[in-house]
Ligand binder design. Structure first.
Ligand SMILES: NC(=O)c1ccc[n+]([C@@H]2O[C@H](COP(=O)([O-])OP(=O)(O)OC[C@H]3O[C@@H](n4cnc5c(N)ncnc54)[C@H](OP(=O)(O)O)[C@@H]3O)[C@@H](O)[C@H]2O)c1
Length: 289
């Protein structure tokens, strides 16, 4: 007789967001508790307690954050309330119930001066309020939740809308290419664009291990926004010209790291890295559109 594995019970916070939507799909064969902001407000401890009353998930995946980088700079208190206190509330409530927490964080915890891919052992030094508040959230979880995974990623795009930012970079480039004969895109900020579909599968792989800790999880390789835009237009079959420009063409009050490539060192050392090259994933995104 073949015995069936019992489904894992997974609660996903931010389930209607860009990444949350793909995580819900990635766990389709498990028992999913999809939580939106109508079900849980992470910055409110009572709301967090209520959301987990009477349920005992095997793991909670938190994608919720205040992630509009420009708005975080203007609304510092709100950034820390959601990104630090929200993470702390989850850590405390789940630790008391002995439920593991997987929390999503960002490449913006680094200052970009290393110029080589950042590993998990590298010291963070955020340049802006978003990065500072996300780092504070990571530390709150490390100090208050013994069974945690923290997963830093970068440059996310997916088929579901990024609720905090509206359209993703690909949609913005394609829209601009219809309006103007030539596009200007910065070539002095380097990152790894990461496909939410792949990250969701990576998260599914990781939470089945019980190997808690800090992880970098992005697609592999690196590119500037300019190189990313060129690849987007090539795959879209557009002949529009992209001109590389410096970020000083678009002055901003918010400092961003010039180089925020992450090395999936901890995933790789455990044989868990399932993230494809960014160009392969971008082609996959276009094939599924
Ligand atoms: N997008 C990127 O390029 C990027 C890069 C690196 C890391 N990350 C990290 O990846 C994660 C997911 O980002 P995403 O692109 O999927 O963002 P998203 O589309 O904006 O999704 C965020 C989700 O969190 C919910 N949420 C926001 N504040 C909340 C709160 N206080 N309480 C409960 N739920 C709340 C949002 O619901 P409502 O919309 O209803 O408020 C939304 O469902 C975040 O942790 C972010 O820091 C993102």
């Amino acid at each position: 007789m073949v015995s069936r594995r019992q489904a894992m019970k997974v609660a996903i916070i931010g389930a209607n967001g860009q990444l949350g939507t793909d995580i819900v799909k990635a766990f389709a064969e498990e028992e999913v508790i999809a939580l939106t902001q109508n079900d849980i407000e992470i910055s409110d401890i009572d709301s967090v307690q209520r959301a987990f009353e009477g349920i005992q998930p095997d793991v909670v995946v938190n994608t919720a954050a205040f992630l509009n980088v420009d708005l975080c700079e203007k609304e510092r208190a709100k950034a820390f309330l959601v990104n630090e206190t929200g993470a702390l509330n989850l850590a405390r409530v789940l630790d008391k119930r002995n439920i593991p927490l997987l929390h999503v964080s960002t490449d913006y915890v680094f200052d970009g001066t290393k110029k080589r891919p950042y590993e998990e052992i590298d010291a963070p030094n955020p340049l802006n309020v978003y990065g500072e508040s996300k780092l504070a959230g990571e530390r709150a979880i490390q100090a208050n939740c013994s069974r945690h995974y923290i997963v830093r990623t970068s440059g996310l795009y997916g088929h579901a809308k990024c609720l905090a930012k509206g359209s993703n970079f690909i949609e913005k480039i394609l829209a601009k290419s219809k309006e103007s004969p030539e596009l200007r895109v910065v070539d002095d900020e380097v990152l790894t664009p990461t496909y939410a579909f792949d990250l969701a599968r990576q998260i599914r792989t990781l939470v089945q291990t019980g190997h808690y800790g800090l992880y970098h999880a992005t697609n592999s390789g690196e590119c500037s926004w300019y190189e990313f835009a060129k690849e987007v237009l090539k795959l879209a079959g557009s002949s529009k010209t992209v001109v590389p420009v410096g970020s000083n063409m678009y002055p901003s009050e918010v400092r961003r790291p010039a180089y925020s490539v992450l090395e999936n060192a901890n995933l790789r050392s455990q044989g868990l890295d399932v993230m494809p090259a960014w160009q392969e994933s971008l082609a996959h995104y276009f094939n599924r559109s």
